[in-house]
Write a protein that binds this ligand. Structure first.
Ligand SMILES: Nc1ncnc2c1ncn2[C@@H]1O[C@H](COP(=O)(O)OP(=O)(O)OP(=O)(O)O)[C@@H](O)[C@H]1O
Ligand SMILES: [Mg+2]
Length: 237
C-alpha cells in the first residue's frame, strides 16, 4: 500500500497541504479531485520526492520514503506522470520510453517495451517520431508509457486528461483501469470527474490543502458537493 499520512507541505512561508491522509492499495484506482490551486500537484510532487514535506510521511508497502531522491523512489516502485508530461520533445518516442526503463538497466528497457506497446498499441507506429511532433493524446500515452517502463507498483497520474478529447481520455483511463486490475495501485488526479470516477474504486476531494470528502467512487458520484463542483450538476452545496 502507498500511504500518505498527515502530510504538511508548502512553498516558502506558505503551507499548501495541511495534513493530508490518503492511501492506495495494489489493484486500486483512487481518484483525487480538486479545483485549481487545491494542492493536487503539490501532493504528487511530495510523493515523487520532488518537494520535501514539512512533516508527515509517505510509505510504500511499509517502507518510509522520506529523504529518498526521486530516482530512488522510482527504484522502490513509485512513478509519477507529471502534469506537463515532462517529455523530451527533441528525442524520439523510443528514446523517451527507454529513459523510463533505464534505471533498471538497458536489458530491462528492451524487455519492457513490448508490454508498453500492448497497453498503448498506437505507440508502436510512433517509435521513430520526435515526441514534440505528437498530438496531445499521443504525448500522454508516451508519458504514461515512460513511467510504466520502470515497472512501477504505484503510479501517480497528474491530470492525464488535460487538453485531451473525451474519446482519448476514455481510452487512456480504460488502460489505467486495466493496469490496476493487473495489480498496480493508481492515484488518478483529475478534474474530469465524470470519466475519472467511472474507472475509480475510491475517491477523495481536496479543498484548499485538506481532504474534504472521501469515499467509494460510487458514493462520491452522488455526493451533492461533487455533483455541484465536478459533475456540472446543481447540488445543494
Ligand atoms: N513552486 C511554487 N512556488 C510557490 N507557490 C506554489 C508553487 N507551486 C504551487 N504553488 C501554489 O500552491 C498552491 C497549490 O498548487 P498546486 O499546483 O498543488 O495546485 P493544483 O491542485 O495542482 O492545481 P491545478 O489544478 O491548477 O493544477 C497554489 O496556490 C499555487 O499557487
Ligand atoms: Mg496541478
Amino acid at each position: 500500500m502507498l500511504q500518505i499520512s498527515d502530510l504538511v507541505a508548502g512553498y516558502g512561508a506558505a503551507d499548501v497541504l495541511h495534513g493530508i491522509d490518503l492511501h492506495v492499495g495494489g489493484g486500486e484506482v483512487v481518484c483525487l479531485l480538486g479545483s485549481n490551486g487545491a494542492g493536487k500537484t503539490t501532493l504528487a510532487r511530495c510523493v515523487a520526492g520532488l518537494l520535501k514535506p514539512r512533516s508527515g510521511s509517505v510509505t510504500a508497502d511499509g517502507d518510509r520514503l522520506d529523504g529518498l531522491a526521486p530516482s530512488q523512489r522510482v527504484r522502490r516502485g513509485i512513478a509519477l506522470v507529471p502534469e506537463d508530461r515532462g517529455l523530451f520533445g527533441g528525442l524520439t518516442v523510443a528514446d523517451n520510453l527507454e529513459l523510463g526503463g533505464f534505471r533498471h538497466g538497458r536489458r530491462h528497457a528492451v524487455d519492457r517495451l513490448p508490454l508498453v506497446m500492448d497497453i498503448f498499441p498506437p505507440l508502436a507506429s510512433l517509435l521513430r517520431r520526435s515526441a514534440g511532433t505528437l498530438s496531445g493524446g499521443e504525448q500522454q500515452m508516451t508519458a504514461i508509457g515512460r513511467a510504466l517502463m520502470a515497472d512501477p507498483r504505484y503510479l501517480v497520474l497528474d491530470e492525464p486528461s488535460l487538453g485531451l478529447s473525451p474519446g482519448m481520455t476514455r481510452q487512456i483511463l480504460k488502460a489505467m483501469r486495466a493496469l490496476a486490475d493487473d495489480g498496480i495501485g493508481i492515484v488518478l488526479i483529475e478534474q474530469n470527474a465524470a470519466l475519472a470516477l467511472g474507472v475509480s474504486d475510491r475517491a477523495a476531494v481536496i479543498q484548499r490543502g485538506r481532504i474534504a470528502v472521501t469515499g467509494s467512487a460510487r458514493t462520491l458520484m452522488s455526493d451533492p458537493m461533487v455533483i455541484h463542483a465536478y459533475l456540472g450538476g446543481r447540488g445543494s452545496v
